[in-house]
Write a protein that binds this ligand. Structure first.
Ligand SMILES: Cc1ncc(COP(=O)(O)O)c(C=O)c1O
Length: 396
């Protein structure tokens, strides 16, 4: 059979921003209120309702959100936080920026998520908490993580940047109070977007004021109320803090994205399963798991791993060949500890890595790539992706 190369380049993801978002944006612009205001407040209430949490506060990114959670938890220089290297680097950098040490445990190669089997051995008297990451939108094994955290008096902060809409044991990620904070991202690559943006979901009312101060100059009162008719121009700064507030023009997009999220995720799930069917007979690649009743996926990423010995090419060659076929892919992720900063960081702190290293993280990190997956992807696009993969594998 002759193989026709796809004509236009297919990116691995695209945001799905439609007419509703555009109309709401215009409404914000015409109202004269662009920055943090009533729409940001409405978006927070909508997120609380969707996620089933009493508090969900928004800010400029998930990275800032995670920094703020660590500040709220009083992370001190030298404190240790256990996490995974197979994540976006902000999971680690936010700990390091606070003077902390990310202590790494290996992943479960079946799910790519942190393997709780490594947790006990990683705990020391300096350990303060655990940050599991729901990589690809597949929930991490939270029962084991919560059990070990409780036994050792550790907090849990979930990095749910990729997991809006996923569920663990039927509950939305963030809804279980055994995690003190859960952090979401609304970056354009995510299942729903606000352009840039992030949120912290939490249960303890006591954190509300602090998070509001830490996201906006150390001022607790909602700044926009200062300028509204009922507001007073006076305010008090109670601590120095960053400026990381969330704009109404971001909320304008988010309010409609949130309404569409379940539909987006259902479509992602359909396409994810269809990829599994279309590639079921390919021995050269390892396919991802689709989750189960406990770990209910939101299908953020479809991560394939190539078996170089069978494919007779490595991941980077495979990615380059797919690009020649006009198929875009992503790499989620190059493990954090192989980046130059962290190579030096862990060389100086060998105790922060397991004795046997991170063999599963490294094995997967060298072989993984993300295929195009977003709700607007057509089955025809998907057929072309799979045809290109089969063509490249047949002609190494
Ligand atoms: C697992 C994970 N954590 C954190 C982040 C950071 O999110 P943001 O870009 O909103 O800061 C991302 C974004 O890619 C992510 O995928």
């Amino acid at each position: 059979m002759t193989h026709a190369r796809r004509e236009a380049f297919l990116p691995f993801t695209r945001p799905m921003v439609g007419q509703e978002e555009i109309a709401e944006l215009i409404d914000s612009i015409e109202s004269g209120w662009l920055t943090t205001g009533p729409k940001a407040a409405r978006f927070e209430a909508a997120l609380e309702a969707y996620n089933g949490v009493p508090h969900c506060l928004v800010m400029n990114s998930a990275t800032t959100a995670q920094e703020i959670t660590l500040q709220c938890l009083g992370l001190q220089p030298g404190d240790e936080v256990i996490t995974t290297a197979l994540t976006w680097v902000s999971t680690l950098s936010t700990i390091v920026l606070q003077g902390g040490v990310p202590v790494l445990v290996d992943i479960d190669p079946a799910t790519l998520n942190l393997d709780p089997a490594g947790l006990e051995a990683a705990i020391t008297p300096r350990t303060r908490g655990i940050i599991p990451v729901h990589l690809t939108g597949l929930p991490a094994p939270m029962d084991a993580i919560w059990r070990i955290a409780k036994a050792h008096g550790l907090w849990v902060v979930e990095d749910a940047a990729q997991a809006m809409g996923a569920r663990y044991r039927g509950c939305r990620i963030g809804a279980d109070p055994r995690s003190v904070f859960t952090v979401f991202s609304f970056h354009p690559n995510k299942n729903m977007t606000t352009g840039e943006g992030g949120a912290i979901a939490f249960h303890d009312d006591a954190f509300e004021g602090r998070i509001k101060r830490l996201r906006f100059h150390g001022i607790e009162r909602d700044a926009w109320k200062r300028f509204a008719k009922e507001g007073s121009p006076h305010f008090d700064v109670t601590e120095p803090a960053r400026k990381a507030n969330f704009m109404d023009i971001q909320a304008a997009i988010g309010l409609h994205q949130l309404k569409k999220l379940d539909g987006f995720n259902a479509r992602r799930g359909h396409l994810f399963r269809r990829y599994l069917d279309l590639m079921a007979d390919l021995g050269e690649v390892l396919l991802p798991v689709a989750g189960d009743e406990v770990h209910q996926h939101c299908f953020h990423l479809f991560v394939l791993r190539i078996r170089p010995e069978k494919a007779r090419m490595d991941r980077d060659a495979f990615v380059a060949r797919l690009k020649d076929e006009n198929i875009g892919t992503g790499i989620h992720y190059r493990p954090a500890h192989v980046h130059s900063f962290y190579r030096d960081f862990y060389a100086a702190r060998p105790h922060a890595l397991p004795k046997g290293g991170l063999p599963h993280t490294e094995w997967s990190g060298e072989r993984l790539l993300s295929l195009p997956l977003w709700p607007g992807l057509t089955e025809e696009d998907q057929d072309q992706v799979v045809a290109a993969i089969k063509h490249v594998l047949a002609h190494p």
